[in-house]
Design a protein around this ligand. Sequence first.
Ligand SMILES: [Zn+2]
Length: 115
Amino acid sequence: MSDFGKNPPPYSQPGYTPAQTYQPPPTTETVIIQTTSPAFVPVSNEPTRITCPSCHAQVLTKVEHQANSRTHCWALILCLVFCWPCVCVPYCMDSCQNANHYCPNCNAFIGTYTN
Ligand SMILES: [Zn+2]
């Protein structure tokens, strides 16, 4: 009878290559505008008259002294060179510490003066 054992023609792909027009991905550049408010840089460790960037009032800054790494460094040096009661000296000296300026009106942090 009819012999159906003939091999089917090998499946050949048509020479069709989809034209891939390269489209660059849409560049979604997220431009981050950093609103860096003009940072007030305190010029001394004394209360300074400024315009508060937060409440825009003319204020005399409130200064809080904070021990920084230099303070600890001095304390260690004084402790080693002299004697241990000297440790407290740098912590008592404002000039050895950071001066953080705050607004007395709105309590906003304004800036740090480092010696
Ligand atoms: Zn303020």
